[in-house]
Design a protein around this ligand. Structure first.
Ligand code: UTP
Length: 290
């Protein structure tokens, strides 16, 4: 079975209210972990998994995201003249080629399902990835690449999953598990943000998806769900009788960068993985805690 994933959707239309005032005039996805914005990590992860077309679902005030993925001729010329090769590399290396990025707008942030639906014409009729940039995953093999390999066998819908403490189920989409081999779980149902006492399991959906385009059919109906938002989880649940749904326990550590503490933790964790600064960071943290 061939289920190659060529397109990646980045829903970046949210308000980022949990990060105000930082996100008043700057998109949440431009928040920096060490020296790169969240969105760059996500785009690099998609590219590493073989994606060739990057679809941003943006909104008003998100222009900085587009500029980050454009050439910067003046800056590049100055860096060239000053022979700042490393800096030049840093501003050029990650740029997808012209025509590989498309932008569409979500005019009203009424939910993740709605944001994904806004990309329907750019996705067309093929499997596609969705990456939420505020979920960052530190892993030897990037999370989406782990998923793409499994997806070649499963098809249908595949999401990244991890077990969360039961008291946190109301923050996530949760799987109602049919079978589970400890790595890959097949779901027979899905619930968005269930209260702990009614959650069918503690296996959660985190911000990486590979989806069959059948998901656009329920999204066309624009039904509101939890929090009065158009929920992606509800649309996935509505197609469980059409395509298989699996959750993959990826190998790696996830950081919730939509949350202040998670974001700070990610900064430290990613800095400690950088050979050129790890020792200094370790020493600085040690001194702070002493
Ligand atoms: P979040 O639930 O983290 O919402 O969305 P948010 O608005 O970004 O942040 P808070 O909760 O107000 O602080 C998860 C992802 O879905 C996108 C967000 O941009 C983020 O990447 N999203 C959410 C949209 O693109 N559109 C929406 O209507 C909702």
């Amino acid at each position: 079975m061939g289920h190659r994933v060529r397109k990646a959707v980045f829903p970046v239309g949210g308000l980022g209210t949990r990060f105000l005032p930082a996100t008043k005039s700057m998109p949440k996805e431009m928040l920096t972990v060490v020296d790169k914005p969240l969105i760059q990590y996500a785009v690099e992860e998609a590219a590493a998994a073989g994606c060739e077309h990057f679809i941003f679902v943006t909104a008003r005030g998100k222009g900085a995201l587009e500029d980050h993925f454009d050439a910067a001729p003046e800056l590049e010329r100055q860096l060239e003249e000053k022979h700042k090769d490393e800096a030049l590399d840093a501003v050029r290396k990650y740029l997808p080629k012209t025509g590989q990025i498309s932008y569409t707008r979500q005019t009203n942030p009424i939910g993740l399902g709605h944001a994904v639906w806004c990309a329907r014409h750019l996705v067309g009729d093929e499997p596609f990835a969705v990456l939420l940039p505020d979920d960052m995953i530190l892993a030897d093999v990037p999370c989406l690449a782990q998923m793409a390999e499994v997806y070649a066998k499963t098809g249908g819908h595949l999401v990244a999953s991890e077990n969360v403490p039961r008291e946190h189920t109301s923050r996530y989409g949760i799987l109602d598990v049919e079978t589970d081999d400890g790595t890959l779980a097949k779901a027979k149902g899905l619930v968005e943000k269930p209260k702990p006492e009614v959650a069918p399991s503690t296996l959660s959906i985190i911000g990486r998806y590979i989806l069959d385009p059948v998901v656009f059919q329920p999204l066309d109906k624009q039904m509101r769900g939890a929090g009065n938002e158009i929920q992606l989880t509800d649309a996935l649940a509505a197609t469980l009788d059409r395509v298989p749904f699996h959750g993959l326990r990826f190998v790696g550590k996830r950081y919730d960068c939509g949350d202040k503490v998670g974001f700070l933790e990610a900064n430290v964790a990613f800095a400690l993985k950088r050979p050129e600064m790890a020792a200094q960071v370790r020493a600085a943290i040690g001194a702070l805690l002493a």
